[in-house]
Write a protein that binds this ligand. Structure first.
Ligand code: CP
Length: 352
């Protein structure tokens, strides 16, 4: 039975936690970060505990921050490639001696370890929007150990946590911070939308003034938008959408320009399963690129954020992403990447 409080809970979506609980997690992350800077590792916190990590997609940051985090807390992170085990599959999608039902995999792994973490979006669920999140929820239903979402097709809750930790470090808090999540062009249309959705959810939850900028045709999940509007009301922030790239940058303290796929790419009934139309929308908006001129439209000490990997030369110029110091606006992408480690250590310490 999963308990109330933090211990034993899943971390599948930031919306499963209250704004106060997210603020508490941030406090723990800041404390762990400070202590690591002093050489204090708390390697008794998760001593002898195992995190099973199941990656249906590639990763640099997520895999290595979880592995390093578990090591620093005294435990072990175990990498699992779904194609090298019996691929976990939902009922109805099973293939004899090639897949294994999710309910069985979850119950076996939680008998051996202390948490299960999964990344799944896009091709493994044939771009059925919500299919990967449903897979994670099914794992969670059968696992008594916490289930951690390392990015699915709706949410990337650990990336979003690192994002707001980075904002807090730069602005001392969230009140009055103008946060812009913007679409940017990439030659690849196969970009999940979990990062922008989690970014605007967390920013709204923390009461920032949130702008979502994208070309027409690049709308995010209407349910996520509704939640952002509700958070803006309850947390005394604001939320707006613009289809004008420059309007998104003007007066921003935080700009977060990155590509995500249009709804047209997803399978029906959510989308149209139409890669040609998706490519057309992308190619009509090649000028949505973050340049120094665009950064000059933002506030004087604005920060440029990106979850990475960035498509340099398309989403952003080298001049912007590499300007990590000096006067005026600057890029904080490596702080943001490092903060994956601290946010995840905080969540694992509290949940495991
Ligand atoms: N930002 C992020 O999730 O990076 P990886 O895909 O490298 O894990």
């Amino acid at each position: 039975m999963k308990t109330v409080g933090f211990k034993g809970r899943d971390f599948l979506a930031e919306t499963d936690y209250s704004p106060a609980e997210i603020r508490k997690i941030l406090e723990v992350a800041e404390e762990l970060k400070l202590q690591r800077d002093m050489g204090i590792y708390h390697d008794n916190l998760l001593r002898a505990k195992t995190l099973f990590m199941l990656f249906y997609n590639q990763s640099l940051r997520t895999r290595n921050s979880f592995e390093a985090g578990m090591t620093q807390l005294g435990g072990h992170a175990h990498f699992l490639d779904p194609s090298k085990i019996y691929t976990p599959a939902l009922e109805g999608k099973e293939v004899a001696y090639s897949t294994e039902r999710v309910s069985d995999v979850a119950r076996v792994l939680h008998r051996m370890g202390d948490a299960i973490a999964i990344r799944c979006y896009g091709d493994p669920v044939e771009w059925e929007y919500g299919g990967a999140h449903a897979l994670l929820r099914e794992f969670a239903r059968w696992s008594d150990a916490p289930l951690l979402n390392m990015e699915d097709d709706i949410y990337h809750p650990f990336q979003g946590l690192a994002d707001i930790l980075t904002v807090k470090e730069n602005f001392g808090g969230f009140k009055g911070v103008n946060f812009t999540m913007s679409w940017a062009y990439s030659p690849s249309i196969h970009k999940p939308r979990a990062v922008p959705q989690s970014a605007i959810l967390y920013a709204s939850m923390m009461g920032m003034n949130v702008t979502l900028a994208h070309p027409k045709g690049m709308e995010l999940d209407p349910e996520i938008i509704k939640k952002c509007e509700a958070y803006a009301d309850s947390e005394d922030g604001s939320f707006r959408i613009t289809n004008d790239f420059k309007d998104g940058f003007e007066g921003a303290d935080v700009v977060y320009p990155k590509a995500w796929c249009p709804t047209a790419l997803f399978k029906a009934p959510v989308g149209e399963e139409n890669p040609e139309k998706s490519q057309e929308i992308f190619d009509a908006n090649k000028d949505w690129k973050c340049t120094s001129e665009m950064m000059d439209l933002a506030n004087k000490n604005a920060i440029y954020m990106h979850c990475l990997p960035a498509d340099r030369g398309y989403e952003v110029t080298n001049e912007v992403i590499d300007k990590t110091e000096g006067p005026g606006w600057r890029s904080v992408v490596y702080d943001e990447a490092e903060n994956r480690l601290h946010g995840q250590k905080a969540v694992m310490s509290l949940l495991m």
